[in-house]
Write a protein that binds this ligand. Structure first.
Ligand code: DC
Length: 219
């Protein structure tokens, strides 16, 4: 099979990272979670008590992704592995704001494009098919109902030992989607040539199968 780049976009908690990870493993490709980059910058923003000068924040930021065979993608921020802090509520509730800033996006998109230059990447995010990889070999736009996404996030949180309530998660997810879809710079939207996959009520295996069929149709 030729080397491909696959772009996986969609709203919060639609199952993108679960699917992208499994898909990458099945296809011997590398999974790049771009949300983790925005989360790492948000983590730093919070550590520094929310400075409004994002240009300066970025200028003083060293961010890289490494890949561990067992643990998968790790995010190294200013020489520290911050991966385990990136799903904390405070980061989640501030990340859409930080990700809307031009300096932040320019920085992250450049890194993402460098990472995908060699191909063989499954990349998930919000603007991968529209901005980061407009020439991706396959673009999938993954959606699911807000109810189902909140329930999935709740299970996720339980496994990570994070306290949360479904109703509150529903509200947070809807707010984040609204913010991500309505920001000025590269908002979340389906690329014209992306294929929508609705994961509501489908098992992970079904979704993987559906996307693998798409991959095989182009490979
Ligand atoms: O996929 P995630 O929930 O980890 O993403 C966290 C936030 O980062 C999301 O609410 C918007 C932002 N994001 C973005 O703007 N562009 C991306 N390519 C990925 C994430």
């Amino acid at each position: 099979m030729k080397l491909l780049n696959i772009a996986l976009d969609g709203p919060a908690a639609a199952g993108k990272s679960t699917i992208a990870k499994l898909l990458a493993a099945k296809l011997s490709m590398i999974y790049v979670d771009t949300g983790a980059m925005y989360r790492a910058i948000t983590y730093k923003y919070l550590q520094q008590n929310k400075p409004e000068d994002f240009e300066h924040l970025i200028k003083t930021t060293d961010l890289s992704l490494t890949y561990d065979e067992v643990k998968g993608q790790r995010v190294i921020l200013d020489n520290q592995d911050v991966t385990d802090y990136l799903r904390e509520n405070d980061v989640t509730n501030n990340v859409s704001y930080v990700a809307s800033k031009e300096a932040v996006r320019t920085f992250a998109v450049k890194k993402q494009q460098e990472l995908s230059a060699k191909k063989g990447i499954v990349m998930d995010g919000r603007d991968i098919g529209t901005v980061v990889l407009p020439d991706a070999d396959l673009k999938v736009y993954m959606i699911a109902s807000v109810e189902e996404r909140a329930i999935r996030r709740q299970k996720d949180n339980e496994e990570r030992g994070i306290d949360s309530k479904v109703d509150q998660l529903k509200q947070e997810i809807a707010d984040r989607d609204h913010y991500d879809m309505n920001r000025k710079i590269s908002p979340l939207k389906k690329a014209d040539d992306a294929i929508t996959v609705d994961t509501t009520g489908k098992s992970i295996e079904n979704v993987i199968e559906e996307i693998l069929t798409l991959v095989h149709s182009i490979a």
